[in-house]
Design a protein around this ligand. Structure first.
Ligand SMILES: *[C@@H]1O[C@H](CO)[C@@H](O)[C@H](O)[C@H]1NC(C)=O
Ligand SMILES: *[C@@H]1O[C@H](CO)[C@@H](O)[C@H](O)[C@H]1NC(C)=O
Length: 300
């Protein structure tokens, strides 16, 4: 039986601890009542455990409402031909072969030709270039019917989720040594606004290296036909003898890797951390399609 007087200091300690962790609980709950515009600062906090693991800062994604688009309802689109293979269910990761046709890939690359500019990264407060984290060029795609049909295809693939919009599409070009260090696509993780899903689409695969690596995903046990789409072998897809963990999807023209960034409760999946491995030969052209949930948002 512990002496009664010892309980008093213990209780004060609990109150102190509770006051220290309650802001954390508040953030985990999605910072209810907090202006969304100010939340990106907290996003960097949520990825900080990984900063210490990897020793280089993990870039933070952001978006603003004026980059959200919705394809025109009058759009008439060609039928798609993609085939899907579920890679994992938690988090949901789906490999989509033939997500864009050869002619669409050529068209999107052509649309980018005159507008390549250096890719940037976001830290908690600033946008900047940092070739040690991300080295590539990006181009904003004008929203012609092909681009809008792709936006519509991406929304339809996901079952037209409510209050969910496509972030304006950018292509990415990776020359030799072009890469993107491990990062999450999470942007703000509030209950009312977040980047729910990502598609990594390969538009040009005339390269060596340049795979998309997910160090925390495992190669499916059965194997089956996966070696057509992922690196199978001792190096796990590492280029130049660099060992990589987890799974590396090969750049494969027209194909896409799709994944959900958050679980049902709104927690970011740590398994979605990924990198664009360095291109060792040739040029890779990629396209990100991000879907953004914005509660109550309407686009006229
Ligand atoms: C569908 O497949 C046909 C035949 O391979 C091809 O000509 C067409 O461009 C494809 N369409 C799309 C949207 O991928
Ligand atoms: C990639 O190559 C193109 C054409 O050679 C060049 O203009 C561009 O600056 C290069 N981009 C990077 C990030 O090195």
């Amino acid at each position: 039986m512990p002496p009664h007087h010892q309980q008093q200091p213990f209780r004060w300690q609990t109150v102190l601890e509770l006051s220290l962790i309650s802001p954390v609980i508040y953030l985990i709950l999605g910072a209810p009542g907090f202006p969304t515009a100010l939340l990106p600062t907290f996003t960097s906090t949520s990825t900080s455990p990984d900063n210490t693991e990897n020793e280089s800062p993990i870039p933070v994604a952001r978006t603003s409402l004026d980059t959200l688009v919705s394809p025109s309802p009058d759009l008439v689109c060609p039928p798609h031909n993609y085939t899907v293979h579920i890679f994992a269910t938690s988090p949901l990761v789906i490999y989509i072969d033939n997500f864009v046709s050869d002619s669409e890939a050529a068209h999107l690359t052509e649309l980018s030709q005159n507008s390549w500019q250096a890719s940037t990264i976001f830290t908690s407060t600033t946008e900047s270039t940092n070739p040690s984290v991300r080295k590539s060029d990006k181009a904003l795609l004008p929203r012609d019917p092909t681009v809008q049909c792709l936006e519509a295809r991406a929304l339809g693939f996901q079952g037209w989720p409510r209050e969910t919009f496509i972030e304006q599409l950018w292509t990415q070009r990776y020359n030799v040594s072009g890469h993107y260090a491990h990062h999450y696509d999470w942007a703000t993780s509030s209950k009312s606004a977040r980047r729910v899903s990502s598609f990594m689409v390969y538009l040009g695969d005339e390269c060596e290296g340049g795979g998309t690596n997910f160090p925390r995903l495992d190669v499916p046990a059965g194997g089956g036909g996966w070696c057509e789409f992922i690196e199978c072998g001792d190096a796990g897809g590492g280029s130049n003898g660099v060992l990589t963990e987890g799974v590396t999807f090969k750049p494969r023209k027209g194909a896409a890797v799709f994944w959900m960034n958050f679980d049902e409760s709104g927690r970011g999946y740590r398994e979605t951390i990924h990198a664009g491995l360095p291109v060792t030969k040739g040029v890779k052209v990629g396209l990100n399609i991000w879907s953004w949930f914005q509660a109550g948002h309407v686009i006229d």
